[in-house]
Design a protein around this ligand. Structure first.
Ligand code: GMT
Length: 354
């Protein structure tokens, strides 16, 4: 099959899953065409079955806001026509689902049929999509997709609750490439960061408010009084400055490393002992699944789709908003090697089953 994939090309989970899906389909012999504004970060190797089409945007002084949707629609029409796409799979509804609808209509006038599948990822429904400035278009685009999938049962429920949906939504949980995420420990890196055998705690995100990274720092502050530990903060985003300030105020700078955006995330995760994800909303929590596949137990909130992967008392613990509780549970996991390995093994086995 010739498959077009539209996604955000960034480190965000929707772009990561879209890219990994395209790579896996290419390995099965399908011809994959990624259509985005820059090369997806996880598209890190050459395959004869994968092409990347960059959306070129003509600038003009009149445009205070760049008409990306128009440029993307035109690119989709062009790629679909000349590459003979059989299907178009768009990830994250805004603006991709409505853009795909328009491209489909333009192609139909030319006698070309292009079925569109939309995958909903989270904030396109729970945060941004339901805002009245986007809602009518999101509703229309979901209802006019030929197939709609959501990454968790929780997101499916949220979609039916927030929009007037007449279409069927199928849940297809996110997945990871276990070959990539199987343990690849870089012990020399661990020794450099935790020279006295401290436990290694990690958090990865886009450092937006909704991720509550400050809570990670507070939990770590309490945990390290019980269990000697170091914290790795991976990613970057709007809250970074405030988080750095908090680390200084709590006098934690010697025990916390900001590693920025990392491409080989599995190499770091596989030397870690605990992943913290206190998100306010999280429709799936791909970062937690990646951690579990690297045998890292998870302390998380119980928002959205997280309970569909983090099993209470087995792969980690969930509690909503409560820093004390998270620190207490973190100490239970990390207190001795027997306890830690029980959670590590359970996380890996659970990630295989998702
Ligand atoms: O976090 C976002 O705002 C964007 C989005 C993304 O592109 O990473 O994240 C959502 O999609 C991920 C992949 O399906 C999910 O793992 C995340 O839980 C979801 N984020 C939220 O629901 C906050």
């Amino acid at each position: 099959m010739r498959i077009g994939i539209v996604c955000y090309p960034t480190f965000g989970g929707s772009g990561v899953v879209a890219t990994e899906l395209g790579k896996a389909l290419a390995e099965k012999g399908h011809r994959i065409h990624f259509i985005t504004y820059s090369q997806p970060v996880r598209l890190d190797y050459f395959s004869e079955n994968i092409s990347y089409h960059e959306v070129a945007i003509a600038k003009y002084p009149l445009f205070d806001y760049i008409p990306y949707e128009t440029a993307l629609t035109s690119k989709l029409v062009d790629v679909a026509r000349f590459e003979g796409l059989d299907i178009l799979h768009v990830h994250y509804a805004i603006p991709h689902a409505s853009v795909a609808y328009l491209a489909k209509q333009i192609l139909a006038v030319q006698g070309i049929v292009l079925p569109v599948v939309t995958t909903l990822h989270g904030t396109d429904i729970t945060l941004v999509g339901k805002d009245s400035s986007y809602e009518p278009v999101v509703t229309f685009a979901i209802n006019h997709s030929d197939g709609v999938t959501a990454v968790s049962e929780s997101l499916k429920r949220d979609t039916y609750n927030n929009f007037k949906i007449t279409n069927e939504i199928e849940v297809i949980p996110n997945f990871i490439d276990l070959k990539r995420f199987s343990k690849k420990a870089k012990d020399h890196f661990r020794k450099a960061i935790a020279p006295n055998g401290e436990r290694l705690v990690v958090h990865t995100s886009n450092f937006r408010k909704v991720k509550r990274v400050q809570d990670v720092v507070h939990v770590f502050d309490k945990l390290r009084k019980e269990v000697p530990s170091k914290l790795l903060l991976i990613g970057d985003g709007p809250e970074r400055h405030n988080i750095e300030q908090l680390c200084r105020e709590l006098n934690l700078c010697d025990d916390i490393r900001f590693l920025g955006k990392q491409e080989m995330i599995e190499e770091i995760l596989s030397i870690c002992d605990l992943f913290i994800m206190p998100s306010e909303t999280e429709s799936f929590g791909l970062a937690a699944l990646e951690a579990m596949a690297c045998q890292v137990p998870v302390i998380s909130s119980n928002a959205g789709g997280i309970p569909e992967l983090n099993i209470q008392g087995v792969t980690g613990f969930m509690s909503n908003g409560d820093i004390e509780d998270k620190a207490k549970n973190a100490a239970i996991i990390l207190k001795d090697d027997e306890s830690l390995w029980k959670f590590k093994d359970a996380g890996f086995i659970t990630s295989e089953g998702i």
